[in-house]
Design a protein around this ligand. Structure first.
Ligand code: NAD
Ligand code: UDP
Length: 346
């Protein structure tokens, strides 16, 4: 058991709250900074309920240098898990400044304060979207980070560049405290903690498939629009690599352990290595929940790719991590959370 202190930015959010649970259960002390722009403090109360432990919560923005400095002054932080960020692709196209400000500038402030306090370990929530639209469906980490199609994806690629440059700068100087950075490129995180107490709680009408399907199943939404039925995939609908959120955050704990022996900046895919189509998801959802999903195939969504999934081999070799949960686990855990909390944390 470790008693190191981990600063979790965005810890009240969907993935951050699950990370807090796994960290606390592994014995880490957790300090959360979150401005609650896309979350509710109730998620952290539930984290404490699941773990029977308490965490430190600071309601503040990562762009607020003073607030961050106060946290690093008050706590001897071992490493940072950096989840804080805005993530809505469509909104990022309408409000690019907001996205670059929050995601890129926020990370600059965070790393500046980390450097001032000689905290050199960070794990960053990146995304498969940084690969743009490569000529392959199986993504390996050595593909170029190039061609993200929207400001959200570009902000992730920019932050990756900034973090790589920090490591590069170390290699040019003889610093005694070089950066140790891991970029984790998520595929499609879904599911919820097995307790049903925490899960994804999107604001308004969801953009993503699983929250949308869940709300159709629970009766909050009428009909799912399936975006495109004529892709060159097994059944014409889009194929993605869905990964259980608990598997995903366990990848972060393995990355945290690996940071001790990491030098510089390394990127890893976190995915299952297998894709499922939208229709396969609907069929599995119906089978597991017993609810019919009313859906209609409509036009393709602008910017969508037909099919992609992770090559997760590097994470297996170097982080000793692979997914353990099945699609059935992902859907039954989503359903447990959704049916027990039809209005999320409200
Ligand atoms: P989320 O919106 O549920 O969580 C993000 C949290 O960060 C929220 O609690 C929000 O209030 C907080 N936050 C945002 N900006 C902040 C700021 N400036 N200061 C302090 N707190 C701030 O999203 P999530 O799904 O948990 O995603 C976590 C991270 O993983 C994000 O960086 C996201 O881009 C990345 N990611 C998510 C997915 C996904 O499908 N969920 C896929 C790839 C990458
Ligand atoms: N999708 C869909 N209807 C929806 C939302 C998503 O058909 O209401 C499809 C989308 O076209 C893609 C897959 O579901 O093929 C996953 O989309 P999501 O938005 O969840 O994640 P993305 O892969 O776009 O990040």
């Amino acid at each position: 058991m470790s008693t190191e202190k981990i600063l979790v930015t965005g810890g009240a959010g969907y993935i951050g709250s699950h990370a807090c649970v796994e960290l606390m259960q592994a014995g880490y002390d957790v300090i959360v900074i979150d401005n609650l722009s896309n979350s509710k403090p109730e998620s952290l109360a539930r984290v404490e309920k699941i773990t029977s432990k308490s965490l430190v919560f600071v309601e503040a923005d990562i762009c607020d240098k003073q607030a961050l400095s106060d946290i690093f002054s008050a706590h001897d932080i071992y490493a940072v898990m950096h989840f804080a960020g805005l993530k809505a692709v469509g909104e990022s196209c309408l409000q690019p400044i907001k996205y670059y400000q929050n995601n890129v500038y926020g990370t600059l402030v965070l790393t500046e304060v980390m450097q001032a306090f000689a905290v050199n370990k960070i794990i960053f929530s990146s995304s498969a979207t940084v690969y743009g639209e490569p000529d392959t469906v199986k993504y390996t980490e050595d593909l170029p980070v190039f061609g993200a199609t929207n400001p959200y994806g570009k902000s992730k690629a920019m932050v990756e560049d900034i973090l790589k440059d920090l490591a590069q700068a170390d290699s040019l100087s003889n610093t005694e405290n070089p950066w140790k950075i891991i970029l984790l490129r998520y595929f499609n995180p879904i599911g919820a903690h097995i307790s049903g107490l925490i899960g994804e709680d999107p604001n308004g009408i969801p953009n993503n498939l699983i929250p949308y399907v869940s709300q159709v199943a629970v009766g909050k939404l009428e009909q799912l629009s399936v975006f495109g039925g004529d892709y060159p995939t097994i059944d014409g609908t889009g194929v993605r690599d869905y990964i259980h959120v608990v598997d995903l955050v366990k990848g972060h704990l393995n990355a945290l352990a690996a940071l001790k022996n990491t030098s510089g900046c390394k990127a890893y895919n976190l995915g299952a290595g297998k894709g499922y189509s939208v229709l396969e998801i609907i069929t599995a959802f119906t089978r597991i929940t017993g609810k019919d999903i009313n859906y209609k195939i409509v036009e393709r969504r602008t910017g969508d790719i037909a099919e992609y999934y992770a090559d997760p081999d590097l994470a297996l070799r170097e982080l000793n991590w692979q997914t353990e949960k099945s699609l059935d686990d992902m859907i039954s855990d989503t359903w447990r959370w959704q049916s027990a909390n039809p209005n999320g944390y409200e």
